[in-house]
Design a protein around this ligand. Structure first.
Ligand SMILES: [Zn+2]
Length: 272
C-alpha cells in the first residue's frame, strides 16, 4: 500500500512538472506580447494607429499577426519573439537557430513568417504599393542577436520605437491611413462576433449531449443509457459498460431521463 502511495506521489509530481513545462512558454509568450503592446501604446495615437493581435482569414487558414501599426510613414507589421540565448539567422534560411548553453534548437525563420503576414494584409487591403509595408521582428532583450536581414528590421524590443520612427518620410495621406486602419479592423476576425460563434458552437455541443442523455442515448457511443446502482447510490450509465464508461454527471440528468422515460411511456399508453 505504501508503495502504491509513493508511486501516486511521483506521478502527481511528474504530471505537475509537465503541465508547468507546457504552460511556461505560453505565459512567457503572453508577457512578451504584453510588453510590446505596452511599448506601442506610447506612440502618438493621432499619428500611429495600433492593432494588437490581428487575425485575418486567408483562404481556409487564419493568419495571426502580433501587432500592426498604421501611420503616415507606412504600415509596420511586427512579429515578436520572447526567446533567450544566442539567436543565429539569415533572412534566406528556412529556419533560425537558438543556442542556450551549447544546446541548439531550431525555429521557423520569423522574417519569412512575417513576409507571409504582409502578404495576408496585402490580400485584405488590395492595391497599395509594396513600398508602404515595413517588416519588424522584435526580440525581447534576453536574447543576443546574430542575424542578417535586409528586408526586415530585426531588433530588441528596446529598439522597437526607434525602428518605427526611423521611417519618417510621409508616404501615406491621413485619409488613406484611416482607410487602411478601418479596413484591417473590419476584417479582423479576433473580435466579439467570432468569439460569440465559438461559444455558440460549444453550447451546441453541450446541448447535443444533453438531448441525447434526455432521450436515453449514450453521448459517447450512442448505446443505451440505463439506471445503475453504484457505491454512492443510483446513477445513469451506459449499457455498454465496461466497453463504454460513460456516466451522466449530474443527478439532474438522472431526473431528466426519468421524466422523459415516463413521458414516452405515457405517449405509448395513449396510443394503445
Ligand atoms: Zn456508451
Amino acid at each position: 500500500m505504501k508503495l502504491v502511495l509513493f508511486y501516486w506521489y511521483v506521478w502527481a509530481l511528474l504530471g505537475a512538472y509537465f503541465i508547468y513545462e507546457f504552460v511556461r512558454p505560453r505565459i512567457r509568450g503572453f508577457f512578451g506580447e504584453k510588453t510590446v503592446s505596452m511599448i506601442l501604446s506610447t506612440l502618438d495615437p493621432s499619428k500611429y494607429r495600433v492593432i494588437n493581435n490581428l487575425m485575418l482569414k486567408s483562404g481556409a487558414a487564419t493568419i495571426q499577426i502580433d501587432h500592426v501599426v498604421v501611420s503616415d510613414h507606412g504600415i509596420f507589421v511586427i512579429e515578436t519573439r520572447n526567446y533567450k540565448g544566442l539567436i543565429f539567422g539569415d533572412e534566406h534560411q528556412e529556419q533560425w537557430t537558438q543556442v542556450i548553453n551549447k544546446f541548439k534548437t531550431r525555429f521557423e525563420n520569423p522574417v519569412r513568417q512575417n513576409y507571409g503576414h504582409i502578404q495576408a494584409i496585402k490580400q485584405t487591403l488590395g492595391n497599395y504599393p509594396d513600398s508602404i509595408y515595413f517588416s519588424i521582428i522584435a526580440f525581447t532583450t534576453k536574447s543576443t542577436l546574430r542575424v542578417n536581414a535586409d528586408s526586415a528590421d530585426v531588433v530588441h524590443t528596446t529598439r522597437l520605437l526607434k525602428a518605427i520612427k526611423d521611417h519618417d518620410t510621409e508616404i501615406i495621406t491621413n485619409g488613406i491611413r484611416d482607410e487602411i486602419y478601418n479596413a484591417l479592423v473590419s476584417d479582423n476576425i479576433n473580435k466579439r462576433p467570432e468569439r460569440k460563434k465559438h461559444i455558440e458552437y460549444i453550447h451546441n455541443v453541450q446541448n447535443e449531449i444533453k438531448t441525447k442523455v434526455r432521450s436515453g442515448v449514450c453521448p459517447k457511443c450512442n448505446g443505451k443509457l440505463v439506471s445503475r446502482k453504484g457505491k454512492y447510490g443510483p446513477f445513469i450509465g451506459c449499457s455498454n459498460f465496461p466497453r463504454c464508461r460513460y456516466m451522466a454527471k449530474s443527478t439532474n440528468a438522472n431526473a431528466e431521463m426519468n421524466a422523459n422515460t415516463r413521458y414516452k411511456a405515457k405517449l405509448m399508453s395513449n396510443r394503445n
